[in-house]
Design a protein around this ligand. Structure first.
Ligand code: K1U
Ligand code: ZN
Length: 183
């Protein structure tokens, strides 16, 4: 498995629509596994292929809370079949908009169709954090960032701050960078 570099806004690849996977072949499974490893290392609870520069409709999520056993899900061609009228606010973050968080209001429950890592067609009904993360990751496949759900004023502010955080190295600084001492 491999750790993949995560793109940050305003990289134009984050604004493009990803293409469906034709078949869940070995290359797609490898991408899914690399994305799971990258998500855990970040750390994050979701990741979409465009965030690692791959314009394919592949996402991984793991909404397990701290202390719970990991339960990563690998999804190709995820599609929202149904979304509830009931909505819920949740304070979201994004590995591609480093160190920025704001409240997004989304449908509280969704039903999602997808292909799993064996190519089997599945459906899942999700609520709570899983519903939020699935919607956030599927947005990435359509070139939408969580800040696109906010006012233009907030979006501009968060993107400016994210750019600064990226320039200063954010939480994913290389070893020794904080002190200026690199072995
Ligand atoms: O898509 C991404 O950039 C990943 C993102 C997913 C997400 C988080 C919160 C709400 C909606 C979608 C993240 O994982 S940001 C990091 C994060 O939330 C987190 C990291 C470690 C432990 C718990 C949460
Ligand atoms: Zn994100």
């Amino acid at each position: 498995m491999a750790l993949l570099p995560i793109l940050t806004a305003p990289d134009p690849r984050l604004k493009r629509k990803a293409l469906p996977v034709e078949r869940v072949d070995a290359a797609v499974v490898r991408l899914m596994n690399d994305m799971v490893e990258t998500m855990y290392a970040a750390p994050g609870i979701g990741l979409a292929a465009p965030q690692v520069g791959v314009l394919k409709r592949v996402i991984v999520v793991d909404p397990a809370r701290e202390g719970e056993a990991p339960r990563p899900m690998r999804l190709a061609n995820p599609e929202i079949l149904w979304a509830s009228e009931e909505t819920k606010p949740y304070e979201e973050g994004c590995l591609s908009v480093p160190e920025q968080y704001d409240t997004v209001v989304r449908p509280a429950q969704v039903k999602v169709a997808y292909l799993d890592e064996t190519g089997t067609a599945r459906e899942i009904e999700a609520d709570g954090l899983l519903a939020v993360v699935l919607q956030h990751e599927i947005d990435h496949l359509n070139g939408t960032l969580f800040v696109d759900h906010l006012s233009a004023l907030k979006r501009g502010m968060l993107l400016r701050r994210a750019k600064k955080a990226t320039r200063s190295g954010g939480p994913r600084r290389a070893a020794g960078e904080e002190t200026g001492v690199v072995a």
